[in-house]
Design a protein around this ligand. Structure first.
Ligand SMILES: C[S@@+](CC[C@H](N)C(=O)[O-])C[C@H]1O[C@@H](n2cnc3c(N)ncnc32)[C@H](O)[C@@H]1O
Length: 281
């Protein structure tokens, strides 16, 4: 079973756009990440790497305002999403293959004062169906994990089974188009051609990711499992393509442009990661 170790939403491709700035949330307020009652830790800051995802998640949390949701983060790593969700009052279980990542998650949850709402479970995403009770989860995150598991269709089927009717999944996968563009722009034309030609969008045996997705292939994975795709966004449309000087000059402008482009083809479709939000009918 492959394990990529802890951390990040990069999905294995190069990350440049990590500037931390404010993002307007659906309510119209400016905030960083999700609201939290905790004053013991700094709030998570939104970056071009996470803005589109938090915007969609925030909308789902608002939809269930006043309810403590049961959340599952498959391959949740060190808790970059799990801990803020717990800070927002939800009960979060993180299943991850890496004991090191789970140890960091546990420390992070304790530091944030939400250890009681975060459960760390060491387990294989490919065995998800044996780890979670069917129909028991309100919201499942599966971010930057399908690229490394043995059987992505099996994992998505298990996610669909674990969701309650009406429950939702937030899926983040590496984009094939961005991997081609990134390699070509950096002068690695054979690698770009390999990603374009390979059925799984892999650059070769040394590629750390086993597969990448297009909007259509990612959506098909969800719909085959009986899930209805409600929203599709690109995450890091520009951030990984721009020189560092541009990124550093005006991070707020970059973030606002990223948000403006995130749902608009063709920009959405060339993002480093594709974010799909789907629901169990
Ligand atoms: C790129 S990180 C993503 C972490 C987190 N989801 C995020 O977006 O920040 C991939 C995570 O998946 C975990 N992982 C890799 N293979 C796995 C598997 N087969 N089952 C469960 N977790 C796995 C790794 O340990 C790592 O924490």
């Amino acid at each position: 079973m492959p394990s990529t170790g802890a951390g990040g939403v990069s999905g294995g491709d190069p990350v440049i756009g990590t500037a931390r700035v404010r993002v307007p949330l659906p309510s119209g307020r400016y905030a960083a990440g999700v609201d939290t009652a905790s004053t013991r830790t700094a709030r998570p800051l939104i970056t071009a790497r996470t803005a589109a995802v938090w915007t969609v998640l925030r909308r789902e949390l608002d939809r269930h305002a006043g309810r403590r949701l049961t959340v599952l983060d498959v391959g949740g790593g060190t808790g970059g999403f799990a801990v803020p969700l717990a800070e927002a009052g939800h009960a979060v279980t993180v299943i991850d293959a890496s004991p090191d990542a789970l140890a960091a998650l546990t420390r992070r949850a304790a530091d944030a004062g939400v250890a009681g709402r975060v459960r760390a479970v060491q387990g294989d995403g490919d065995a998800l169906s044996s780890l979670v009770e069917p129909g028991s989860v309100d919201l499942i995150l599966c971010h930057a994990v399908l690229e490394v598991v043995d059987d992505p269709a099996g994992v998505v089927a298990a996610i669909a089974t674990a969701l309650r009717p009406g429950g939702a999944v937030s899926l983040l996968v590496a984009g094939r188009a961005a991997a081609i563009l990134g390699r070509a722009i950096n002068g690695h034309l054979p690698a770009a051609a390999a990603v374009a030609a390979d059925p799984d969008g892999r650059a070769g045996a040394r590629d750390t990711l086993r597969r990448r997705y297009d909007v259509e292939t990612a959506a098909a994975l969800l719909s085959t499992a009986g899930l209805e795709v409600e929203e599709t966004h690109g995450v890091r449309v520009l951030a990984d393509l721009l020189p560092a000087t541009v990124l550093e000059e005006d991070p707020q402008a970059l973030l606002e442009l990223e948000i403006a482009l995130a749902s608009r083809p063709p920009f959405r479709d060339i993002a480093s990661q594709l974010h799909l939000f789907a629901r169990r009918p």
